[in-house]
Design a protein around this ligand. Sequence first.
Ligand SMILES: NC(=O)c1ccc[n+]([C@@H]2O[C@H](COP(=O)([O-])OP(=O)(O)OC[C@H]3O[C@@H](n4cnc5c(N)ncnc54)[C@H](OP(=O)(O)O)[C@@H]3O)[C@@H](O)[C@H]2O)c1
Length: 254
Amino acid sequence: MFYVRVLVTGSTGYLGSALLLRLKDTEYKVKITSRNRPQDWQQFEWIYSDLVSGEGLEEAVKDVDVIIHAATSPMKNVKKVEIEGLRNLLSKIQHIQHFIYPSIVGIEEIPWKYYQLKLEAEELLSKSTVPYTIARATQFHGFVENLLLSKPLFNRYVIPGRWKVQSVDVHEFATHLIDLVNNGPKGRVEDYGGPEIMTIREMAEVKINAKKEKKTVFDVSLPGRLSKAFIDGKNTNINNQKGEVTFEQFLRNK
Ligand SMILES: NC(=O)c1ccc[n+]([C@@H]2O[C@H](COP(=O)([O-])OP(=O)(O)OC[C@H]3O[C@@H](n4cnc5c(N)ncnc54)[C@H](OP(=O)(O)O)[C@@H]3O)[C@@H](O)[C@H]2O)c1
């Protein structure tokens, strides 16, 4: 029997972990790679690799048909991982049938360095000879929660309350990416967004109600083009509400 061999990079990450949870019930032969070994996934072959040094990359991509590239580093070595790491990886995968790159909705209109590099990575991939799919998603529920609603200051969420987000459940997006494996390389596919567009203030209020917290909300108004892009909802796509799990359901299911 012939099994498609799928490599997941970034296997310890937020998206990587969600991918592994879904892939364990598929017939794909799964190989995983990251610098740290994910402890819960002993059933998958794990290879150490580092996108910055290049160590382990050849071993990781050997004998695989499809790569879901969930490795990233938004805060440290950003360009080295997103661009140079990708370039390095692409140079070693001429045998690959399909390279799937998760990206982010609205990046051309949001002046954040990480997003500009995601855009550059999309261009790099689209100019390469590797057959690819680029799948953009809106921010994940858990990412927004961790970033803005996990560390109250004196019992208050101090947040850019007017920023808009259409957050999506990471498991739904992981399922979408795995469905894309079967579809074959399609270039850039439709954006994948969450079910509702909310302000961060609304999300904070949902969290306070859902968790019966005794916190209040304090809006900060951040200056600059980056903040304006989020206030204008450039990171959302109302025409692509694909995910069904709301932020409130995500919080209640946690
Ligand atoms: N977070 C969101 O809201 C969101 C929304 C839409 C799309 N996306 C996209 O989804 C993808 C995954 O994001 P995420 O939030 O899951 O990221 P994450 O949780 O930060 O995970 C990043 C992964 O990359 C690995 N990594 C970091 N540096 C590395 C290096 N030098 N070499 C090899 N591996 C390295 C990390 O593992 P080790 O440290 O063990 O190496 C980790 O497994 C990204 O492309 C991101 O742009 C994210």
